[in-house]
Design a protein around this ligand. Structure first.
Ligand code: SPV
Ligand code: MN
Length: 628
């Protein structure tokens, strides 16, 4: 691949590097045997004009330098804990910017639901935005791995950024992979490029030109550009920016790159069974990960078929998790890690108390006087003390439940995939799809959710959220569905597919489940995967038998599970499901490359629903249905 350059003219790029890098960093860069990388860096130096260039190798001094630099330039503020800092993104930069995140495509072609822009126009625009963007700033170059070292699953990437905060975040969230670049492994395999600049900053160290915030994904060149923004979802290359490139590679090569956690659930005899889970942001994904028995990943998964088995790795080693609502009772593991005096954490967009204590909604103490997004806040001020999309950035290794297989270059076998959204009135708390295809279509492709605070815009509206990945798709949803259908052909025993719903409400708007119930659903799925419990067949899938849940509730939560609760929670809601089939049908009928089988499966679902309605009525008690 000939890679896109900033400058087309020929010049002595080595002289530029010699002039702008000190000896140490020049040598670090030159030790990576890739002239194309050297020339790209020289181009960026000439265009963006950083005052200093730092190549991260991953040695302890690099970590110290980056942490110090983030404090010095005001991107991070100290707390009373030695290794914890606070970063404020600025009130207009607190979430992913959907509107200005675009996939660059060769022609004017429009893809439903995907925000595209003609590549030549996009490149032209974005390159201009980098002119002088790094003046007065240090530019960091970081070679990273998205996945375990020397693994077939792993993607490589180079992050270039003028933000010490972004660099610091990348260093917590990913493995620095200098050695694999230096020994040529990454060069041979190919690597992604992420170029980011915060752009001009105001006196509060926020990106000033938010109206010129742009995140452009160039599929053809494996490169992502991001400018005039700080929010990690817009800036940390190996995370959501890479996800688009990763999905694209997977699509071409027949594997999956997913917006999913990977977690282990213990079953009888201590066996560990692995599940992945896709939930739109803010719908219980982190809490499900944390409530599991072992943790591999809390956000992303790369899944390939190896000898007929779906195996997955986590491209990350850290977590950029939602902190809003994290409290000692419901989230003891996370809470403990966040306040442990020894752990390194970057808090973003929380409230920093005057005494240096970080505060967020969920801490039992009342909020204090302090700073929220770098502006003074005091109790009683007419503004929330911390933002609903406030986050923490920390290492997964701090969690007691971290599964050592996170470093396994062969990944872990995936036995089940879970899909869950925010849904007050349709789906039961847990349900198994009839088979892979039925699950992929009715649970994955048909996933919907109410919007949360993780993207800019209005919260609360019900949205189409296929595979919880729509925001990150570089290709049509139809093609993404087709990829999953095709993926099955490589598998001997495809993972079981589950739908979960933690947000079911009664007619008075009260939640029908406790937060901790999800542990029961996970244990039930674990047993199902091994065919150790029966299930009840409904028109939309298999649901648990009451007696099995009674036992799991007692064992896992020490709680009695009442039959009235079971009846309400697992009632089959025919009208809502029929509406859902209609909505999803309509959506996909407007997506030209939707595989035909999707409509067949929806038609069958609709027929089953009608048959059950004719026999049992609109709302069916699970106690009336037969076991299988
Ligand atoms: C999400 O919103 O899905 C996240 C955080 O995991 S972000 O990096 O913003 O995508
Ligand atoms: Mn995510």
């Amino acid at each position: 691949m000939v890679r896109e350059r900033f400058l087309l003219e020929e010049y002595d790029y080595d002289a530029v590097l010699r002039k702008h890098l000190d000896k140490e960093h020049y040598e670090r860069l030159k030790a990576i045997p890739d002239p194309e990388l050297h020339r790209w860096i020289a181009d960026i130096i000439r265009v963006a004009k950083p005052s200093y260039v730092y190549v991260v190798k991953g040695v302890p001094e690099d970590f110290e330098y980056v942490r110090r630099k983030a404090i010095e330039n005001g991107e991070e503020i100290k707390t009373k804990y030695k290794y914890k800092t606070v970063h404020f993104d600025g009130p207009r930069d607190l979430a992913r910017d959907r509107a200005n995140t675009k996939i660059l495509v060769p022609t004017d072609e429009k893809i439903p639901y995907i925000n595209t822009l003609r590549r030549d126009l996009g490149l032209d625009e974005i390159k201009k935005l980098f002119v002088d963007a790094m003046v007065g700033k240090t530019m960091f170059i970081l070679p990273v791995c998205m996945g375990p070292h020397y693994s077939d699953f792993t993607l490589y990437g180079v992050q270039v950024t003028d933000s010490a905060y972004v660099t610091h975040s990348v260093m917590i969230l990913y493995r620095v992979c200098y050695d694999e670049f230096r020994d040529g492994t990454a060069i041979k395999k190919g690597y992604l490029r992420f170029l980011h600049s915060v752009g001009e900053l105001d006196e509060r160290v926020w990106s000033k030109n938010i109206d010129k915030r742009r995140i452009y994904i160039d599929l053809e060149d494996d490169t992502v550009y991001s400018v005039n923004t700080e929010y990690a979802g817009n800036t940390v290359g190996p995370k959501k920016l890479a996800l688009r490139l990763c999905v694209y590679h997977g699509y071409k090569e027949g594997w999956l790159c997913e917006h999913m956690f990977i977690a282990g659930i213990r079953g009888p005899g201590g066996r560990v069974t692995y599940f992945t889970g896709a939930f739109p942001a803010g719908c219980g994904k982190t809490s499900t990960t944390m409530i599991s028995d072992t943790i591999i990943s809390d956000d992303l998964a790369i899944i390939k078929a190896v000898d007929g088995v779906a195996r997955g790795v986590n491209p990350e080693i850290g977590s950029f998790g939602i902190i809003d609502g994290v409290n000692p009772e419901d989230d003891p593991e996370v809470y403990k890690v966040l306040l442990d005096p020894e752990t390194e954490v970057i808090f973003s967009n929380i409230l920093l108390c005057e005494d240096g204590e970080p505060w967020w909604r969920g801490r039992p103490e009342p909020p204090c006087k302090g700073l929220n997004w770098n502006i003074e806040w005091w109790p009683g001020k007419d503004e929330p003390p911390s933002h609903p999309n406030a986050r923490f950035t920390t290492y997964l290794r701090y969690f007691d439940k971290l599964d050592p297989n996170i470093d396994n270059p062969n990944g872990v076998p995936i036995s089940g995939m879970i899909f869950g959204g925010r849904d007050s009135d349709t789906h039961v708390p847990v349900e198994e799809a009839f088979d892979w295809i039925h699950g992929i279509i009715t649970k994955g492709a048909a996933l919907e959710s109410e919007r949360t605070a993780a993207v800019l815009g209005k919260a609360g509206v019900r949205e189409f959220s296929p595979f919880a990945i729509l925001d990150f798709l570089p290709i049509s949803v139809g093609k993404f569905v087709e990829l999953h259908i095709r993926f099955k052909e490589q598998l001997e025993n495809p993972p079981r597919i589950y739908g979960v719903n933690y947000f079911l409400k009664d007619e008075n708007g009260r939640y029908l489940n406790e937060k901790t119930d999800k542990r029961v659903w996970l244990k039930w799925m674990e047993l199902r995967v091994h065919d150790e419990v029966d299930a009840i067949e409904t028109p939309t899938g298999y649901i648990p038998v009451y007696d099995d849940l009674v036992e799991i509730f007692r064992r896992e939560l020490g709680r009695e599970y009442r039959i009235e609760d079971y009846e309400k929670q697992f009632m089959v809601r025919i009208p809502q499901h029929l509406d859902k089939v209609e909505r999803i049908w309509k959506i996909y009928s407007e997506i030209p490359d939707t595989p035909k089988i999707l409509f067949e499966v929806l038609r069958e679902q609709k027929e089953r629903l009608k048959k059950y309605r004719d026999r049992y009525g609109d709302y069916i008690s699970p106690l009336k249905l037969d076991r299988r």
